[in-house]
Design a protein around this ligand. Structure first.
Ligand code: ATP
Ligand code: MG
Length: 434
C-alpha cells in the first residue's frame, strides 16, 4: 500500500498522505470541514471550493459518513480544529463509499441496543469506548501470558474436539466427527493435567471453552476464553498464589499502559489495583459470615453451592478479590483432591471478584486408585476416560491448577454490565452469527 501517516503523527507544514473514515462532514457552502478518523485519532480536512478541481468538490458534496477516503495535503496550525491542526488537501480520493443508511451510528450520538451492536460489530468497533474495551482485553491477555512465562510456565494448546467431556455432564455440545459422536471441549482440564504430569511440569493455556449452558445470563457465554494453569509439585495454595499473581499483573499492566482507554471508559478515578494478598476464607467461614449477615432469606447449610445472590452478598461483605477454600467434596468435580484426614472436604477453591466467580481450581487427585474411585462415586464411567486415568499409573506427581474466565476478568475489571461487551462475536443461546 501507499505510504500513510497516522493522523496523530501529522505535524504542521508537512506534506502527508492520510487515510481513514469520514467521521463527520460540515458543509458551510464554499468551505467544508471533513473530519477524518483513523485508529490514532481525528484530523480536520478543510476543503475550500475555489482551491480544488470541480470533480473533487462535487465528490466531497456527495461524500457519506463512514466512507473511506485518502487525502494528500499539507497540514497547518488551526486553533479551532480538533488537535489544533488542519489539513489543506491537494487531492482527495474516495476509496470506499459507505451506504448512507448506516445500521448504527459510530459517532455514538444515537445509542443502539446490544443486539444491533453485535450484529454490526464492524461499525460498533469504530466507537472509541468499544475499541477501548478490546484494546484493554488485548493488554490483559499479554500481561497474563507474561506473568505465566515469568513463573516458568510453557504455553500449550490442547484439542477442542474431544471424545468425552471433562466432567461428563450435560453442558457439552455434541458434534459429528466423521460419523462418530464427538464434543466441543468444555475445559482443557484433563489435557493440561496430562502435560503437567510429563516433564513439562508447568503449563498454561489461553483458549476457547464451550459450554452448552441453557440459560442466558449477563455472565455466561457458550464459548468463552479460559486462562488455565497447571503445575506439577504444586498444592492448592501454590495455584492460588499463581491465580492471584496473574490477576494482579493484568490490573497493573492495564493501569500502566491503558490510561487513555480507561479515560475513554470513564474509569480513571475508579480503577483500583487489587491490594496484595487476596483474603482466603474457607467455605465454612463463608457460610458463617453469610448466615450471620442476614443478607439471605434462607440460611445456607454445609453442602450448598453458592447461588448468584449468595455470591453477591458475600462479595459485598468481602469488598475485594478473595478466595473461598475447602469446599465440600460433593460440589467439586472428581479430579479435585479431597483431604486425606477429611474426605468430605476438598482442596478445591474459587477465586471471587466481589461481583462474581472468576476462577475455580484446586489440587488434583494424582493417585490412580483414588482417582478411579472418585469417578465411580460421581457416577462416571472410568473406562471412557482411560486415556486420562491410565497415565496416572506411570508416575504422576502431585499437581494443582486453575481455570480463570478471561471475559469475566475483563468484565469485572471494567465494571461491564454484560459479559458480551468483552467478546467481539459472542456465542449465546440466540446468537450464532456473526
Ligand atoms: P459458574 O458457576 O459461574 O457458572 P463454573 O463454576 O461453572 O462457573 P468453572 O467450570 O469453574 O465454571 O470454570 C472456571 C471459570 O471459567 C469460571 O470461574 C468462569 O470464570 C469461567 N467460565 C466458566 N463457564 C463460563 C461461561 N459459560 N461463560 C463465561 N465464563 C465461564
Ligand atoms: Mg467454578
Amino acid at each position: 500500500m501507499e505510504q500513510r501517516t497516522p493522523v496523530a503523527e501529522v505535524e504542521p507544514d508537512e506534506q502527508v498522505r492520510v487515510a481513514g473514515w469520514v467521521h463527520e462532514i460540515r458543509d458551510l457552502g464554499g468551505i467544508a470541514f471533513v473530519i477524518l478518523r483513523d485508529r490514532t485519532g481525528r484530523l480536520q480536512v478543510t476543503v475550500s471550493e475555489d482551491e480544488l478541481p470541480t470533480e473533487t468538490v462535487e465528490m466531497v458534496a456527495e461524500m457519506t459518513r463512514e466512507s473511506v477516503i485518502a487525502v494528500i495535503g499539507t497540514a497547518r496550525p488551526e486553533d479551532r480544529a480538533p488537535g489544533g491542526i488542519e489539513l489543506i488537501p491537494d487531492t482527495i480520493e474516495l476509496v470506499a463509499k459507505a451506504d448512507p443508511g448506516l445500521p448504527l451510528d459510530p459517532s455514538g450520538k444515537v445509542d443502539a441496543e446490544l443486539p444491533t451492536r453485535l450484529d454490526n460489530r464492524t461499525l460498533d468497533l469504530r466507537k472509541p469506548d468499544v475499541q477501548a474495551i478490546f484494546s484493554i482485553r488485548s493488554t490483559v491477555l499479554q500481561a497474563v501470558r507474561d506473568a505465566f512465562r515469568a513463573a516458568d510456565c510453557t504455553e500449550i494448546t490442547t484439542p477442542k474436539i474431544v471424545a468425552t467431556g471433562t466432567e461428563g455432564g450435560t453442558e457439552l455440545f455434541p458434534i459429528s466427527y466423521f460419523g462418530r459422536e464427538a464434543f466441543m471441549n468444555q475445559s482443557p482440564q484433563l489435557f493440561k493435567q496430562l502435560i503437567a504430569g510429563s516433564n513439562v511440569e508447568r503449563v498454561f493455556e489461553i483458549g476457547p471453552i464451550f459450554r452448552a449452558e441453557e440459560h442466558n445470563t449477563p455472565r455466561h457465554l457458550n464459548e468463552a476464553t479460559s486462562i488455565d494453569f497447571e503445575g506439577a509439585f504444586c498444592e492448592a495454595s501454590d495455584a492460588m498464589d499463581m491465580a492471584e499473581s496473574v490477576v494482579t499483573a493484568a490490573y497493573e499492566r492495564v493501569s500502566e499502559e491503558c490510561q487513555a482507554e480507561l479515560e475513554v471508559l470513564g474509569l480513571t478515578d475508579g480503577f483500583e489495583l487489587p491490594s496484595g494478598g487476596f483474603e482466603r476464607i474457607t467455605y465454612e467461614e463463608a457460610l458463617d459470615r453469610l448466615n450471620a449477615s442476614g443478607a439471605l432469606d434462607e440460611s445456607l447449610v454445609w453442602g450448598d453451592d453458592l447461588s448468584t445472590e449468595a455470591e453477591r452478598a458475600l462479595g459485598e461483605l468481602m469488598g475485594a478479590h478473595y478466595f473461598i477454600t475447602e469446599w465440600p467434596a460433593e460440589v467439586k468435580p472428581f479430579y479435585i483432591k479431597n483431604f486425606d484426614d477429611d474426605p468430605t472436604t476438598s482442596t478445591g477453591f474459587d477465586l471471587m471478584h466481589p461481583a462474581m466467580e472468576l476462577s475455580s481450581g484446586g489440587q488434583r487427585e494424582h493417585r490412580y486408585e483414588r482417582l478411579v474411585e472418585g469417578f465411580e462415586q460421581q457416577g462416571l464411567d472410568p473406562d471412557a476416560f482411560a486415556y486420562y486415568t491410565e497415565m496416572f499409573r506411570y508416575g504422576m506427581p502431585p499437581h494443582a491448577g486453575f481455570g480463570l474466565g478471561g471475559e469475566r476478568l475483563v468484565m469485572t475489571m471494567l465494571d461491564l454490565d454484560n459479559i458480551r461487551e468483552a467478546v467481539l462475536f459472542p456465542r449465546d443461546r440466540q446468537r450464532l452469527s456473526p
